[in-house]
Design a protein around this ligand. Structure first.
Ligand code: N01
Length: 529
């Protein structure tokens, strides 16, 4: 076949559509029993996208974006999965997806000029090109707590949620982790459980989502301008349209004006508009302090118990440098009599016991169920789990030992004809993900089209181009406040993982222009033969 695609989520499905449309023979391999990727696996209570549904959708077909009706401002997991399944049917993508198939290795045979992929079922697949569409947050991680096997109750991870759902009614539940997943599930589990204990290591900033039914007028006007809105989105750093470009520093206005502006954004809901209030919230610590303190004060005012409110108010990182959460009643949930917050920063979890959990300081908690909202081996986990190597001796795990090296987040030097969709070094995770997916896949498709037209059969970045890009990604990150946070962007949530800032934070607009220029200059930085 021409192209083997690893993953049947949003990126894998669009890759099938786009590459098949060029007359290529393609097939995607998906570990799950259904398509959808992230939205197939993350079925925890309250799972919902934090980008508005009219934006968080494919743009490649105007008919599709016109006909699909999103019921709410932000899509729920079941709704988004329904949409992805609709796309798979509408564009007849399923015939090129092989489900229940995990790719365990990918070896490049240099002589034959082919990638040979092996599945967990022992099948062998040969393809000229390989597209890694395996996701950035697709390798769930349960911390290595002592004693988990002895726990008599049931335990779950947010990213591997049982399809039949979980009923927590009448149970004593512990949730470990307060990232986006924890913040979304905690208010819902609190309504069901007899008692909920939240184990927090790091307080996270969260803004109100202000979710609600889709307003018909909003939907009508958005759809009337869809192509123009998509084009406008491509010209922004986050690939999301509709937010006025800031023109002033947060330090250029009076305290009153600034607080009024933050209040308006707080009432409006959503994270982009808040972080986009001023030009310098993500680059100037003093400016950021004003935005961080505004939210800390909101938290303090929402939570009745002073000590709990103070624990929930983040002080170890500037707002926006970790993924900013969106919630519905997160902080208010701590006012419920059946909810408690435990600070496992000052007193870490020592071990899981038969009956629950014990901290290093000797506190014990009896639990019937434990939920790990403890995140993922982000950005590199999925590719590092696959044994990727070439007959010339390159091994991806070695190549990335000190942190991921890519050119444009799209390819690795020494690994010919292997493309990555929204890989490390790309802006993907810092943008409206589907826009980045479409941009990456379109670029890859154009690149393969160029090679076929010009009679090339092999492409890879030069080591120098890769090194220059990695330096550029680091330089851009270092000019912002992002590296101040211990985030999954830095690999900080996985013990032993190299601390390297992985996403490109120069903005989608800048990145897209750069990728287009590279292609226009005959794929500058790439070696073609
Ligand atoms: O994972 P996380 P997530 N002991 O890594 C804690 C996207 N997403 O699944 O910060 C105690 O953010 C850890 O603590 P700390 C989104 O991009 C989007 O929530 O490392 N605690 C942290 O609190 C998001 O950023 C949506 O100190 C431990 C938590 O577990 C990304 O996915 C919804 C621990 C992990 O938070 C990941 O989010 C959900 C330990 N040993 C996810 N180990 C939406 O679109 C870890 N923790 C809304």
């Amino acid at each position: 076949m021409d192209v083997a695609i690893v993953g049947g989520g949003l990126a894998g499905l669009y890759s099938i559509h786009r590459l098949r449309g060029m007359g290529l023979k393609v097939r995607a391999y998906e570990a799950g029993s259904g398509v959808g990727g992230t939205w197939f696996w993350n079925r925890y209570p309250g799972a919902r996208c934090d980008v508005e549904s009219l934006e968080y959708s494919y743009s490649f077909s105007n008919e599709l974006q016109q006909e699909w009706k999103w019921p709410e401002r932000y899509g729920t997991q079941p709704e988004i999965l329904k949409y992805i399944n609709h796309v798979a049917d509408r564009f007849d993508l399923r015939r090129d997806v092989q489900l229940n198939t995990r790719i365990v290795s990918a070896h490049f045979d240099s002589k034959a000029g082919e990638w040979i992929l092996k599945t967990d079922g022992g099948e062998e697949i040969r393809a000229r090109y390989c597209v890694m569409a395996a996701g950035n947050l697709s390798t769930p991680r349960v911390p290595d707590f002592k004693g988990l096997q002895s726990f008599k109750g049931k335990w779950y991870h947010s990213g591997l949620w049982p399809h039949e759902g979980v009923d927590f009614t009448g149970l004593r539940v512990g949730v470990i982790g307060t990232g986006s997943s924890g913040v979304q599930m905690i208010p819902i589990i609190a309504q069901q459980a007899k008692h909920l204990t939240v184990f927090q290591r790091t307080a996270n900033f969260s803004l109100p989502a202000r979710n609600g039914p889709m307003e018909p007028e909003r939907e009508r006007s958005h759809k009337a301008e869809y192509p123009a809105r998509r084009a406008a989105a491509a010209d922004t750093p986050f690939a999301i349209a509709g937010h006025a470009k800031p023109t002033k520093s947060a330090l250029d206005v009076s305290d009153d004006e600034r607080n009024q502006s933050y209040e308006a954004k707080w009432q409006e809901g959503g994270s982009i508009s808040y972080l986009y209030a001023y030009t310098d919230l993500l680059v100037n610590k003093q400016s950021n302090d004003t935005a961080s303190e505004f939210v800390r004060n909101k938290i303090r005012s929402m939570v009745k118990d002073k000590r709990t409110g103070e624990l929930l108010a983040p002080k170890d990182h500037p707002i926006g440098t970790k993924r900013l959460c969106l919630d519905t009643n997160y902080y208010e949930t701590y006012n419920r009599p059946n909810v408690g917050l435990v600070d496992v920063r000052s007193d870490p979890i020592a071990q899981i016991t038969e009956a629950g959990l014990r901290t290093e300081g000797g506190q014990t908690f009896e639990l019937d169920a434990i939920v790990f909202a403890t995140g993922f081996d982000a950005m590199t986990g999925a590719l590092r789990e696959i044994d990727v190597r070439t007959s010339d001796g390159a091994i991806l795990r070695d190549h990335w030992e000190g942190g991921p090296l890519t050119y444009l987040g799209l390819m690795m030097s020494g690994f010919p004809n292997m493309f990555v969709v929204t890989g490390p070094g790309s802006p993907g995770v810092k943008t409206q993900m589907i826009a980045s997916i479409e941009q990456h896949v379109d670029w890859i498709a154009d690149c393969i089209g160029h090679m076929r037209k010009e009679g090339f059969s092999r492409i890879e970045p030069s080591p120098q181009a890769e090194m220059d890009w990695v330096h550029h990604v680091n330089k851009v990150a270092d000019s912002t406040l992002y590296p101040l946070a211990n985030s999954w962007y830095m690999g900080a949530n996985i013990p032993g993982k190299p601390r390297v800032f992985m996403p490109y934070v120069g903005g989608f607009d800048r990145y897209k222009r750069h990728c287009d220029a590279v292609a226009a200059k005959g794929y500058e930085g790439f070696e073609l033969s």
